[in-house]
Design a protein around this ligand. Structure first.
Ligand code: BGC
Length: 494
């Protein structure tokens, strides 16, 4: 059904017209892909033995926190339509498909004493079919759908969750390792910890400003490292795969050339990406984070820092637990100083510990507030990650454009992705960054968390008003298909 290359007149003229794009060919071996996540596409929230998870509970308990009271109960119905999704991927010509496993579909209570064979079978069938179609699965073990039983005992603020996660990971390596050679432990801990435990914007919706984010980050680091070591020690030799984590970051651009703004931008990225990347790639939290939180905690009257301290054993255990750098990125922020470390003492808060403010330049193109087309920021971010974290191989595991209309003629998405891919080529060829892959978010329009179905990021449209959840490729799908075939963003690459 999707097998013919149907580059629409529009998409073709776009390719021809964009002379400002890099005319370098993507390097040999560069991998292209598309991504989704279990809760955002699967639906089937309560069938075939699946347990309830955090977002089932959140959307059902607090419907008003989700735009239009949407839920992922049916989503794209990929639980039933996954073969169609693979057909779309095959015709697109991707090298890899990034998808996630729903923990509570495999372990309904989150724990290994109760394994759901139907859940195991579901993912095995997908992985087998991907293999038959020569598409490599990039599999995320945790993309935010925590079994509710584990949330009820404290979720990501309870260090025991790290043990449960590691045990779940072991089951997945054992059951799926024959088919899966690239594992991602956790998707974007920063989004969970800031959105879910500090800002109250994502499930579980807590505003634990003083300690929530730090505790959540601490538990995530332990969980990731435990899973990594299990893979390394028990499975790597026989399965020959690799494993990492996916971290997200916007680029932090100083709002001016002043020393204060330059420092603020550095602090901002350390309090974001650094909290999660430093322990893994460099060892321990960033120094500025340790210092700021300790100073403010003392001034606030605490007897110890609100930031959990890693023991030396934990530092060594977490450091080096990544075989590549999985990077998700969408935007850029201009950053300035909000408060100095000893100012505004009163209410303990992550935001004040950080002491920076960031905003987007309104002239940067966007259709929704949180994604703006700033390709130079993407290039700077790639270079920063590469240089700061010891020259790791970088795989862009998510990047994409959100619009409100979901139009098939998605000119803005083509513009965004082409500019970002062009910036990626500049980072590769001009800056020497070892970036080996790019994954568009998303294959399908899907459940966009608290924005429900009001924001669309798919290169394939899904009709959420129809029981059949009809899939229709957008212009960006055909445009991307052409890039994958030609390995080139313009008419003729050098
Ligand atoms: C998440 C995706 C999400 C996307 C767009 C990323 O933070 O991993 O699940 O849909 O951004 O918001």
């Amino acid at each position: 059904m999707y097998s013919t290359t149907l580059l629409t007149t529009f998409a073709l003229s776009y390719v021809l017209a964009k002379s400002d794009l890099s005319n370098r060919r993507f390097p040999d071996g560069f991998k292209f892909g598309a991504a989704t996540a279990s809760y955002q596409i699967e639906g089937a929230w309560n069938i075939d033995g699946k347990g309830v998870q955090l977002w089932d509970w959140y959307t059902h308990t607090y419907p008003d926190r989700i735009d239009e009271q949407d839920t992922g109960d049916v989503a794209c119905d990929s639980y039933h339509k996954w073969r169609e999704d693979i057909d779309l991927l095959k015709a697109l010509g991707v090298n890899h498909y990034r998808l996630s496993i729903s923990w509570s579909r495999i372990l309904p209570n989150g724990t290994v004493n109760n394994i759901n064979p139907t859940g195991i079978e579901y993912y095995k069938n997908i992985f087998k079919t991907l293999r038959e179609n020569d598409i490599e699965p990039l599999v995320t073990l945790y993309h935010w759908d925590l079994p509710i039983t584990l949330h009820e005992i404290g979720g990501w603020t309870n260090p025991l969750i790290a043990e449960y996660f590691a045990e779940y990971a072991r089951i997945c390596f054992r059951e799926f390792g024959e088919y899966v050679k690239t594992w991602i432990t956790i998707n974007e801990p920063q989004s969970t910890c800031s959105g879910g435990y500090t800002a109250g914007a994502k499930a579980p919706g807590y505003s634990l400003e003083a300690e929530g984010l730090y505790l959540c980050a601490y538990v995530h680091m332990l969980a990731h490292a435990k899973a990594y070591h299990i893979y390394d020690e028990e499975f790597r030799d026989s399965q020959n795969g690799r494993i990492s984590i996916v971290l997200d970051s916007a680029w932090s651009e100083p709002a001016s050339n002043s020393t204060s703004d330059i420092e603020a931008a550095q602090t901002n990225i350390e309090f974001g990406l650094g909290i999660y990347a430093n322990p893994i790639y460099l060892g321990n939290w960033p120094k500025i984070v340790i210092d700021n939180v300790a100073t403010r905690s003392t001034l606030e009257g605490f007897v110890r820092s609100r930031l959990p301290q890693f023991s030396q054993e934990e530092i060594d255990f977490i450091k080096g637990t990544a075989d590549f750098f999985g990077l998700n990125t969408y935007g850029t922020g201009l950053v300035t100083l909000h408060n100095k470390v000893d100012e505004d003492i009163g209410i303990p808060s992550y935001t004040l510990d950080k002491g920076t403010t960031s905003w987007a330049d309104p002239s940067w193109p966007s259709d929704v507030p949180w994604v703006r087309q700033v390709p130079w920021g993407f290039r700077k971010l790639l270079k920063y990650v590469y240089e700061k974290y010891g020259h790791p191989e970088i795989v862009v595991t998510e990047n994409g454009w959100a619009d409100k209309t979901g139009t098939l003629n998605d000119v803005d998405r083509i513009s965004y992705i082409s500019q970002y891919l062009s910036a990626l080529l500049d980072a590769y060829y001009e800056d020497g960054v070892n970036v080996s892959g790019y994954t568009v978010w998303s294959l399908l329009d899907n459940f966009e968390w608290t924005n429900g179905y009001t924001q669309k990021l798919g290169i394939v449209q899904v009709d959420f008003h129809h029981d059949n959840r009809t899939r229709t490729p957008k212009d960006s799908y055909y445009w991307y298909q052409n890039v994958l075939q030609t390995k080139c963003l313009v008419e003729n690459c050098i």
